[in-house]
Design a protein around this ligand. Structure first.
Ligand SMILES: Cc1ncc(COP(=O)(O)O)c(C=O)c1O
Ligand SMILES: N[C@@H](CCOP(=O)(O)O)C(=O)O
Length: 513
């Protein structure tokens, strides 16, 4: 696997593939190149900002930085390439084996191979299903990829269990501390707290929108007794929490004082880990000799962007289907070409109650051919006028690979009810939106269409009220979480005010002391 395609180049033209060995020594003599071939056996991927005004970094600095100092998101400057034969060679491997192969090119040269291998194996040993992310057939050519067998019952565990260990490893090697600040609409917070609780080199502060997360989600964040965990209930919605977080990254003196880092999907390491399950599920269904579509319940656009990355790496993906709830900004964008914010509506799928889908910026960058100026103009429009129009060419590229659909609250409930009635399978509201949108798209063609994998992003027991109202069944928490709702709550309520939140963090973060 010795080729890379440049990020931003949608066609991956042959001229853009470079061998690892020569790319690092462009002006070297032939003798130098032969020597380099002996010593340099990898192409260490560099990460660049989507806004083009921050220095390129290696993997470890990219992971610790979270967001780029120019406000952009880091993306690899080239996509590692897996040929059909490379993908076939992954067949029969365990989830951890495949995770190692898929993620290694992104970290190679930055993390020791055997350390990376034990981190990956330890991370996935925390899952309660042997397959880690099993596939369940729910209809003709329709599968749910269950991503909720980790410690907090949501897909976030897949990346977070890895990142907690990876950050610890890198910080120990450097003998440094960091302060993690995360914004959550419910699931990221619990998964991050679970992954970082008790870790000596990090303090973790999670901003969640007060009154807008499910009781189970709230208890997963507020029930931790670890001294390095700080749950902050913010008076606002998820977008307010995420805006505070981005402002903290943009505030250089605060960022440096606390050694700020993030674990939202603005952090490249999150996306990298989420790419893996696109490969494992597609392989189970016959890839690379069969093309697969994926339907992804979408909010911050991280999960579906990971599918885009898998496709850019060579996985044959037919369509990536964006499934939204009433907060349908992405579905509207695909239809009209205008990204236009409206107020956030509260739904039964609270984790997707989002208007600013951060990772859409990564797609804009890639689909525009790596045009950072176009991205900067779009993001400036969003900040000033709460909207921007996509360039025609960029929109065309996005429409080639993506489709979108929505499900309102009633449709979500009806999908939970009917799927349970017909097949005895209980969906959580987020996954139900994915199933509805996938079915609406394939309709009567379901037998003939390419298989569609719906990403099962959460366990139904995280949202018992909505599930019970829809299906008449109150899903129980798994036994290892049975005491969760009796845990004492510990959190601080704060207004959505940058100074107040920063002061609170400064007072409690050990890295700032
Ligand atoms: C259960 C669930 N489904 C879907 C999503 C949306 O995922 P993304 O934000 O990566 O688009 C989230 C939150 O991120 C979630 O917690
Ligand atoms: N739905 C998310 C929102 C944050 O998403 P992230 O993937 O960027 O961390 C949540 O559950 O918090």
């Amino acid at each position: 696997m010795a080729r890379t395609a440049r990020a931003g180049d949608r066609h991956g033209r042959p001229g853009d593939f470079r061998t690892c060995r020569f790319s690092v020594k462009q002006r070297a003599t032939r003798r130098d190149r032969i020597a380099a071939q002996r010593t340099v056996r990898f192409f260490a991927v560099k990460y660049v900002s989507t806004r083009g005004q921050a220095p390129a970094l290696g993997f470890c600095d990219t992971m610790l930085a979270g967001l780029a100092p120019d406000g952009g998101l880091y993306v690899p400057e080239s996509w590692p390439q897996f040929s059909a034969d490379d993908i076939r060679a992954l067949r029969g491997g365990s989830y951890a084996d495949i995770a190692l192969r898929i993620m290694w090119p992104f970290v190679e040269g930055e993390i020791d191979r055997s350390a990376f291998e034990s981190i990956v194996r330890d991370a996935y040993a925390t899952f309660r299903h042997e397959a880690i992310c099993p596939l369940v057939q729910t209809g003709p050519n329709e599968f749910v990829l269950e991503l909720f067998h980790g410690p907090t019952l949501a897909f976030k565990d897949v990346a977070m269990q890895l990142i907690g260990r990876l950050m610890d490893h890198v910080l120990s090697e450097r003998d440094e501390r960091a302060t993690i600040v995360g914004a959550t609409s419910g699931d990221t917070g619990g998964a991050a707290i679970e992954a970082f609780a008790g870790r000596d080199r990090t303090d973790i502060f999670i901003l969640f929108p007060e009154g807008r997360v499910s009781p189970v989600q709230q208890r997963q964040m507020t029930g931790s007794t670890a001294a390095n965990v700080h749950a902050l209930a913010i008076a606002g919605n998820f977008d307010d929490c995420q805006a505070l977080l981005k402002d903290m990254f943009g505030h250089a003196s605060f960022r440096d004082a606390v050694r700020l880092s993030g674990v939202n999907s603005i952090n490249w390491a999150r996306i990298m880990a989420q790419v893996v399950y696109y490969f494992t599920s597609a392989l189970s269904l016959g890839a690379p000799d069969r093309t697969i579509s994926f339907c992804v319940p979408t909010g911050n656009f991280g999960d579906i962007f990971a599918g885009h990355v898998a496709r850019r790496m060579g996985l044959p993906v037919e369509t990536l289907i964006i499934a939204t709830n009433d907060n349908d900004i992405l579905a509207r964008t695909l239809e009209t070409g205008a990204y236009e914010m409206r107020g956030v509506v509260k739904t039964t799928s609270p984790s997707m109650d989002i208007q600013i889908s951060s990772n859409f910026e990564r797609l804009l960058y890639d689909a525009s051919g790596g045009n950072a100026a176009e991205v900067r103009a779009a993001m400036a429009g969003l900040k000033q006028a709460r909207r921007f129009d996509l360039a025609e060419k960029t929109l065309g590229v996005i429409r080639e690979g993506f489709a979108a659909g929505r499900a309102d609250i009633d449709t979500t409930a009806e999908t939970i009810r009917s799927v349970n009635e017909r097949s005895g399978y209980l969906l959580d509201p987020h996954t139900a939106i994915g199933v509805h949108v996938a079915r609406a798209r394939t309709g009567a063609r379901r037998d003939a269409a390419a298989p569609t994998v719906v990403l099962g992003t959460a366990h139904p027991a995280k949202f018992p009220a909505a599930v019970e109202e829809a299906a008449g069944i109150g899903p129980a928490l798994p036994s290892w979480l049975s005491g969760l709702m009796e845990r004492e709550e510990r959190f601080t309520a704060l207004p959505s005010d940058l100074k107040i939140v920063e002061d609170h963090i400064l007072r409690h973060a050990r890295a700032a002391m």
